[in-house]
Design a binder for this molecule. Sequence first.
Ligand code: NDP
Length: 480
Amino acid sequence: MLKLKNYINGELVEPIARQYISNYRPAVGVVYSLLPDSDEQDVELAVQAASNAFPAWAAMPAQKRGQLLLRLADLIDQHLDYLAEAEAIDTGKPLVLAKTMDIPRASSNMRFFGTAIQHFASEAHVTEGSAINYTVRHPHGVAGCISPWNLPLYLFTWKIAPALAAGNCVVAKPSEVTPMTAYLLSELCQEAGLPPGVLNIVHGYGHKVGAAIVTHPKIPVLSFTGGTTTGRTIAATAAPMFKKLSLELGGKNPNIVFADCDFDEAVATSVRAAFANQGQICLCGSRIFVERPLYQQFKAAFVEKVNAMVVGDPLKESTNQGAIVSEQHLQKVLSYIELAKTEGGTILTGGQQVQVPGRCAGGWFIAPTVIEGLSYNSRTNTEEIFGPVVTLTPFDTEEEVIGYANCTDYGLSATIWTQQLARAHRVAHQVHAGIVWVNTWLLRDLRTPFGGMKNSGIGREGGFEALRFFTEPQNVCVKL
Ligand code: NDP
């Protein structure tokens, strides 16, 4: 059975304790590889390698660092089919999605930050008649990057690319649930000629490897994407150590549909926003609020489209819904469907596990589920489920729906469907969400600030925000 390795100081190495964790294939429900169950000793080696590599990497001209990232982007593109299949097998997501979204986005991340760093400038402030101030942006040293399982290579590269471009060396931990493409990336780093120690990938559990990264005194900057509970633990640990933190956390995103929307577009995109990647995207629109005059029509068209979705083998082109990432997560999602029933919800479609015949008989599948009849502030409507479960709720006024939208502890994203320009802006400005889409969903421009309000996180990723995060500004004042 394939044994993945850590990538430390440019080499693929076994974990020091020689312990391994089983890696499951969610669509089949069997172990298909083993990944290192690393611990603080492996993290220590990675930090040493990163610290040693840092002076030369930070001193390298930004253009040269950028070229290495561009080379990695090219290699990701060249291995698109191979990486996409690996991602689909490791996560259970449809191969089509991995091929058109996850892997292309991973190379875009590398390419974007490999070039962005060449356009990154700092400020100068002239104090009339007495001084000139200029800002130098230094890389921090060793950056810690911790990423989740839902978009493995996509989110892993979204962190390491700006960290490296800005001149930091990195110790990164992918989710132990989906380690495969980060491992394959380490092979590509060797092929690209990335200097040893610049990027180090340590596999293993969050409470061991993740915690060792978070508490390591030589890692002054941490970028984390994952659940709000984990984010809270990391923030509490890192705060007394005065570490710089970026936290991209959970969401419970409203999708607000006004009666004057472009109906066909709103229905089709709302289905995608609800169920893409089996609803396991932090930006999924899992609470759909529909203006009452349109409610019945929207509900009928939405449910019809959901019923037409094919749940099945992720490697088949006809599949729209693949497997849930793990058995544990499947149980969590099913428990929320049960909760919805006890809270008075009516299941309009789905609501149960699906048995896919043949090769995938042992896999973890859930039918896309649509629920109505719940109060806007029920637990089902306010807690993150992170699966193929969506609720429909009617509303009467703009004020009312803004209240519904803002009633959770989260504030990651929102979508608004209306043809009225003024209303679109008015509602967008009042919704507590770091990212608002009007008449679309998941349309991304990598230059824009990305992140959440309230319990959805601290800080923003994307564009120059990320490069600012991964650098320490220093002001130099020169008397004239
Ligand atoms: P988790 O918070 O469980 O894990 C995220 C990462 O943190 C994993 O690599 C995990 O390792 C690690 N980790 C766990 N505990 C610790 C710890 N104590 N110290 C350091 N690291 C730790 O999230 P999931 O992987 O379950 O991802 C799903 C969550 O991510 C959802 O809540 C989703 O909304 C959120 N998310 C947010 C996004 C955003 O941009 N705002 C984007 C995508 C997802 P291990 O795998 O071993 O547990």
